[in-house]
Design a protein around this ligand. Structure first.
Ligand code: ADP
Ligand code: MG
Length: 692
């Protein structure tokens, strides 16, 4: 039972390390950790790290999980964590109780050892004279039944503790596996499915938009539009194209809106990813705290084992006393020294007891620290839960609003596209009907156009032909007119000759020389000076060609061509000579001259006065008016010359030399007419030229 006897040397730490390495199969790092004084910050109870290894499928897309299931999972996990913590707490308390019991038993064993030592010392002191046979019985006092009743009990306790620790580890492993399974089944898979659903829905929306765009694309232009640009089909087609382009613009706007919605969706995904990262961080911290707790638990277990081992060592401690006792038996002279050594060992054991107490206090401190850390971790878990709930609420609201916006936009676009397509179809039907009704008119127009085209092509020939015919007709008419003109001219000449003949006959009948008499009114002076003159001239009321003149009681009667009384006007006198002017135009020679004494009224009758002109002015006006009337057909040239015969002298009044004398001679052409050589003739165009 005490064969493996080892001596405690607390001042030699490397020996202790080697001992632990050998007995507990620990590696160097674990031994270094165990040698620490317990003030290290990692001295927490922790679960085995392998049990909580993070599942790789949990990392991506955790934020897009189905939120209620995620929340339920988190709640379940939290409940399990609380359960484990409570279990750990109870187990720690049990271990503390066990440690207290161990401590009590250890103290009891120490007391017993001390009492045994004292008993031995007393026996030694009492049996100093004869100590030969008793020691064999005295060796038994460290009775196993009394000193070692704690040995099997400790082993039993240690075995129980080991069993409990193993059970706990197994439970933790099961819990960890269950948590991983729940995460893989509910969390990430649902999130990925939801994300895939969103992507599929997005693709479907894009295809719907594309289909709407292709269905709203402009129909092919009717060929008739290009064939006849002036017909109304082209205008309809243009209007339809404009409408289609407008719809295309609206479709582009909707596409942009959809892109914005997609962008907002991506932003929400990014926010979800951030929240997921924060969640993962919280889980990592949770795992870290669990790991630390497992480590602390393991450390406590090791400490417990260490205490148990130490207790076992202490249980085996009485052996040196036995050895000393035997030595005392062999060498009675050295009993006192052995007793002193035993006392020293007893002191050392007391010191070890103190050390164990100190160790126990440290363990208690660590336990408190682990409890405090547990509380902090719970607080952190609560904080994370609050953040997660808030993030989940935001995500739900954003997802709902995005979903509503997406549905609304899609519905609006669909309704608009449907109505616009309906309008387009209606317009298309109207255009088709117009096309059907306009086709006969188009055929008629085409026939007319072809006919007109042929006529236009034949027009130059017809024009030439018509021009030729017109020329022939014109020539024929000209010939006819010319012939008629010749005939008219001939007739005119004949008529003129006849008229001339008649005129000559008239002149012959009337006389070539006609004498008229005009009696001027009696002037005021004549009326005052001679009363008898009042009745000297008298007229015949029945014959305007008779003039009676009374002189010295005798009355003489004169027969003339015409007698103008004093009241006769200038117009009446001119009417009597007017026909002579016409004869002049016809080519006859006419001469009108006035004869009478001075003051008898020659100038008045021939020239007139002011606004009452005489024969000259009136004859010239009539002459020019007759010439103007015959102007297109006849060309007349009128010349004026003036001569004065005074004292048998003929003078050229329009000539440059007034003193030049002229002669009256017979015309050499044999016509018997008189003419004045060198007489100035001036061509005139109007009566004003003559007066000038
Ligand atoms: P003559 O030329 O013969 O010498 P005029 O012609 O000078 O005469 O006439 C002399 C005057 O008598 C003028 O004052 C003229 O106005 C006037 N006289 C002449 N004839 C008429 C008449 N028929 N009526 C009115 N007055 C006349
Ligand atoms: Mg005169």
């Amino acid at each position: 039972m005490f064969g493996t006897r080892k001596t405690w040397d607390l001042g030699d730490a490397p020996c202790l390390q080697e001992l632990w390495k050998k007995d507990l199969s620990l590696d160097a790092s674990s031994v270094d950790f165990l040698m620490s004084d317990g003030e290290d910050e990692v001295s927490f109870l922790s679960l085995p790290a392998s049990g909580f290894s993070p599942c790789p499928s949990l990392t991506p897309d955790f934020s897009e999980a189905h939120l209620p299931s995620q929340q339920l999972l988190i709640q379940t996990l939290q409940e399990k964590v609380c359960e484990i913590q409570a279990r750990l707490h109870s187990e720690e308390r049990a271990r503390q109780l066990q440690l207290q019991r161990l401590q009590q038993s250890h103290e009891q064993s120490v007391l017993e050892n001390t009492s045994i030592i004292r008993t031995l010392q007393e026996e030694l002191l009492s049996s100093q004279p004869s100590a030969a046979a008793e020691p064999q019985e005295e060796r038994q006092p460290p009775k196993p039944t009394e000193t070692q009743p704690s040995g099997p009990e400790r082993e039993q306790l240690i075995a129980q503790l080991h069993t409990q620790v193993e059970e706990l580890e197994v439970k933790l492993l099961d819990q960890t596996q269950e948590v991983g399974r729940l995460r893989s089944e509910l969390g990430a898979t649902d999130l990925e499915k939801h994300l895939e659903l969103l992507v599929v829905e997005n693709e479907r929306l894009k295809q719907e938009l594309k289909a709407c765009r292709t269905s709203a694309a402009p129909p092919p232009a009717p060929p008739a539009a290009s064939a006849c640009p002036a017909c109304p089909h082209g205008q309809d087609a243009e209007a339809l194209r404009g409408e289609v382009s407008r719809w295309e613009g609206q479709a582009r706007q909707r596409e942009r809106r959809l892109a914005e919605v997609e962008r907002e969706l991506l932003q929400s995904h990014a926010q979800r990813a951030e929240l997921q990262a924060a969640l993962e961080q919280g889980h990592a911290q949770l795992d870290e705290s669990r790991r630390r707790r497992g480590d602390a638990e393991q450390r406590l277990g090791l400490r417990l084992q260490e205490c148990e081992e130490e207790l076992a060592r202490q249980a085996a401690a009485p052996a040196p006393v036995k050895y000393v006792t035997q030595t005392v038996e062999v060498e009675n002279a050295q009993t006192g020294r052995a007793l002193a050594e035993a006392r020293a060992q007893s002191g050392a054991l007391t010191e070890q007891l103190l050390v164990q107490r100190q160790l126990l206090r440290e363990l208690e401190t660590q336990l408190h620290e682990s409890q405090r850390s547990c509380t902090q971790l719970r607080t952190q878990i609560l904080v994370y839960e609050g953040e997660m709930e808030r993030a989940q609420g935001q995500l739900e609201v954003e997802m709902q609003s995005l979903e509503e916006e997406k549905n609304r936009v899609i519905e609006e676009a669909f309704v608009r596209a449907e109505s616009e397509m309906k309008a387009v179809h209606e317009n298309l039907a109207g255009v088709r009907i117009n096309l059907l009704t306009l086709q006969p008119a188009l055929r008629t127009l085409t026939c007319d156009y072809n006919l007109l085209k042929r006529q236009v092509q034949e027009f130059p020939y017809m024009l030439d032909k018509a021009i030729g015919e017109a020329k022939q007709e014109i020539c024929q008419v000209i010939n006819e007119v010319s012939a008629a003109n010749q005939e008219l001219l001939r007739k005119y000449k004949r008529e003129m000759n006849l008229r001339k003949k008649c005129h000559n006959e008239l002149v012959r009948l009337k006389g070539n020389i006609r004498v008229f008499c005009r009696v001027r009114p009696v002037s005021h002076e004549e009326h005052v000076s001679g009363a008898e003159s009042r009745n000297m001239v008298s007229f015949d009321a029945d014959d305007d060609a008779v003039l009676c003149l009374s002189n010295k009681g005798k009355t003489m009667t004169f027969d003339l061509d015409k007698v103008f009384p004093p009241q006769a006007t200038q117009e009446e006198v001119f009417q009597e000579v007017q026909s002579l002017v016409t004869s002049c135009i016809d080519g006859f020679n006419v001469c009108i001259f006035a004869y009478g004494q001075t003051g008898s009224g020659k100038t008045y009758t021939m020239e007139g006065a002011g606004k009452n002109p005489g024969i000259n002015q009136r004859a010239l006006r009539l002459l020019f008016s007759e010439v103007m009337e015959k102007k297109p057909d006849w060309d007349y040239r009128i010349t004026v010359s003036m001569v004065e015969i005074y004292n048998e002298t003929l003078r050229n009044l329009l000539g440059d030399n007034p003193s030049e004398k002229l002669d009256i001679k017979m015309n050499p052409d044999g016509s018997g007419q008189l003419y004045v050589p060198g007489l100035t003739r001036i061509t005139v165009q109007c009566p004003e030229d003559i007066n000038r």
